[in-house]
Design a binder for this molecule. Sequence first.
Ligand code: NAD
Length: 329
Amino acid sequence: MKPIKIVVTDYIEPDLEWERQQLARFEHVHLEAHQLKFAPQEDLVAAVRNADVILVNMVPLTAEVIGRLDRCRLIIRHGVGYDNVDVAAATARRIRVAYEPDYCTDEVAEHAIALMLAAWRKLFVGRQVLEESSRNGIWNFDAIYPIAGLRGKTLGIVGCGRIGSTVLARLRSFGFQFLVCDPYLTATRRAELGVPVVPLAELLPAADIVTLHAVLNAETRHLIAAPQLRAMKSTAYLVNTARGGLVDTDALVRALRERWIAGAAIDVYTKEPPDPDFSLFGLPNVVLAPHLGWYSEEANWSIREKIVEDFVRFIEGRPPRFLINQELA
Ligand SMILES: NC(=O)c1ccc[n+]([C@@H]2O[C@H](COP(=O)([O-])OP(=O)(O)OC[C@H]3O[C@@H](n4cnc5c(N)ncnc54)[C@H](O)[C@@H]3O)[C@@H](O)[C@H]2O)c1
């Protein structure tokens, strides 16, 4: 049988022994794993050049890299967002691109809800207030007051696909008014959601919390920049568990410093991990998480199983579970 080479560009698992075991029955399949997230492009090209299948986590697979692949037929993005893969370049070279969009929907929704509640209830400031009050022997809530009640407040959901609609479903009992902005929902889907679907310009000034769940692409990059932040209520919070690139970070820093908005809760960054002098560190009105929306032990195993399933489908000549460039179906 013709040998098949699977190259992993970068991975977050401790090792890929489990994946190797799953593939051991295919003697002609060879899995080669690298950690090339910060490697020079030449090292990346050298590693992937003669791969049949590439599994990529965070490494950018640019048009230039894709242009230098000799025989690749499938790129699998380890995750939901695929903004680090130039899909158009892959399609032009007739390379299928697959992803795993169905492994952590509940987790990201739960993370977004945890972040919005933590920001709204000022939980992280609460810890400092508790310790200070303990040292002084008297309560002082000045750093926390005021907190408004959530019932009747408006939650704006930007991007209402798998994760956005799960946030909506999970929060229906909270007594929120909901507004959704998603220009690509079908009429059927809109009717199923049963909440107003409005343009972003209408959602922003009305929402008390804006939670981002849109994909990152050329259209949505900096969807939230200075004008959008200025359009929000000064008492509102912005939550981003989608992609760092959706938000103009410099504008967000200004918005938080100058109190155009009350606060933010962020899980995702344009550079990951951010540099030690990252501009959001040190601001009191932002809750920061380390891009772990996807994570639970269950989700972590689920994606490994789904990726192995896609490997096996490729080996057996079947299409991947979720193909992005449908024109190559
Ligand atoms: N924090 C994490 O660990 C983590 C994990 C998984 C996914 N994500 C991110 O979460 C986001 C949502 O994932 P999903 O599985 O729900 O994807 P999805 O494809 O199911 O939904 C994305 C939605 O965004 C909408 N959209 C596209 N352009 C838009 C625009 N201009 N304005 C508003 N909406 C727009 C689409 O119509 C779609 O309904 C993605 O950005 C993904 O990368 C983050």
